[in-house]
Design a protein around this ligand. Structure first.
Ligand SMILES: *Cc1c(COP(=O)(O)O)cnc(C)c1O
Length: 367
């Protein structure tokens, strides 16, 4: 059998190795010079005033929600079609994620559904730029509530008005797990135009310590959500090659459109529309209604191709059903898409031949 095609694979070259080695040899492995350097480079790239590096996207969501004032008994309106971390971060603060259904084309939070879910207890909105496609922020902004953006899948995406995703001034959270557009192994970044938010996040990621305080005095509760200088050095090298990484993913997406053209009933990721531009993260198709997705996963595996149902609906996960009493049927668009969505192998160095192999295997599996 030909070589297995993985779902994802990071691009790590000599520059990454050199940068990491330099930190290892410097003896300053955390809270050293690479932290501020990575933050400044990231903020500069997006054209936003501030960025705070944190230990993961999940940690960033948690701190950004705290900075938005989310706490006990509050409600946060968000998407049920997301990675579970976005809803979990709300629960960490003993607040309730209030789900609203998604748009059937973009798969992002439907602004009308979000508006209908707002109550007097709504403290914030938490839209997710799912699969790297910009959520409709202008419409959500009109609701007049604080917004925390889950941009963990959307580095490189651009809104219709030309603003990069993450640069609208709200807290926006990025993630650097190994399958994301850039990776630090584990890591995340919160961008904001608000200096007070930056100050609070920087303190709370570091046990609540004020920047000018002595070692052991802490004026608020905090966490250890720091990102090491080793990780920041890796992030700096990755950020320098971001344009190439994004172009690689966009190229693979184009090849996929050709390889998958004409498969009856198969839904491909929505093309860019109305001036919005996707920052390619994953290539997720929806198998035709009535097709047996598990059988498709099995057939692809037998052909040496990894694939994964992606994403399951959050409200139907056991924890969310039991804790919040959710039931099937609440969010029909999300549930339909979640039952049919399938992530195919997708990474910048994927070859045309590999894409063709996946296309052929999928075509066979569905015929
Ligand atoms: C990756 C991701 C996160 C954060 O993931 P971490 O593993 O904590 O870095 C959050 N939300 C979405 C939608 C993601 O894809």
């Amino acid at each position: 059998m030909s070589e297995e095609i993985p779902l994802a694979r990071p691009v790590i070259r000599a520059e990454e190795e050199a940068r990491v080695l330099e930190v290892l040899r410097s003896g300053r492995l955390s809270l050293g010079p690479r932290l501020a350097e990575f933050e400044a480079a990231f903020a500069g790239r997006l054209g936003v005033a501030h960025a705070s590096a944190v230990s993961s996207g999940t940690a960033g969501l948690h701190l950004a929600l705290r900075a938005a004032g989310v706490s006990d008994g509050d409600e946060v309106v968000t998407s049920p079609f997301s990675f579970v971390a976005s809803a979990n971060a709300v629960v960490y603060e003993r607040a309730t994620p209030v789900f609203a259904d998604v748009d059937p084309v973009t798969l992002n939070l439907d602004p009308a559904a979000a508006a209908a879910a707002v109550t007097e207890r709504t403290r914030a909105l938490l839209p997710v730029h799912i699969f790297g496609y910009p959520a409709d922020l202008p419409a959500l902004e009109r609701l007049g509530l604080p917004i925390v953006e889950d941009a963990c899948e959307a580095l490189g995406a651009v809104h219709a008005d030309g603003t990069p995703v993450g640069a609208r001034g709200h807290s926006a959270v990025f993630a650097f797990y190994a399958n994301k557009q850039i990776t630090t192994g584990e890591g995340g970044m919160v961008t904001t135009s608000d200096a007070a938010v930056k100050e609070r996040i920087d303190s709370e990621r570091n046990q609540g310590r004020a920047p000018d305080m002595g070692w052991l005095d802490h004026d608020r509760l905090g966490f250890n959500y720091r990102l090491s200088d080793v990780a920041c050095a890796l992030g700096l090298a990755q950020l320098e090659r971001l344009d190439d990484l994004l172009a690689g993913r966009a190229r693979v997406a184009e090849r996929y459109r050709e390889a998958l053209a004409g498969i009856e009933g198969l839904t491909l990721p929505c093309p860019d529309a109305d001036g919005n531009r996707r920052g390619w993260f994953v290539f997720v198709v929806q198998v035709p209604r009535g097709a047996d997705r598990d059988a498709v996963v099995g057939a692809l595996a037998a052909a040496g191709i990894q694939s994964k149902p992606y994403l399951p609906a959050i409200h139907l996960m056991t924890y969310y059903r039991e804790r919040f009493g959710h039931r099937p049927g609440e969010f029909p668009v999300c549930e339909d898409v979640a039952a049919r969505s399938l992530a195919l192998p997708f990474f910048p160095e994927m070859t045309d031949g590999q894409v063709e192999r996946v296309g052929e295997a999928l075509r066979n599996a569905l015929s």
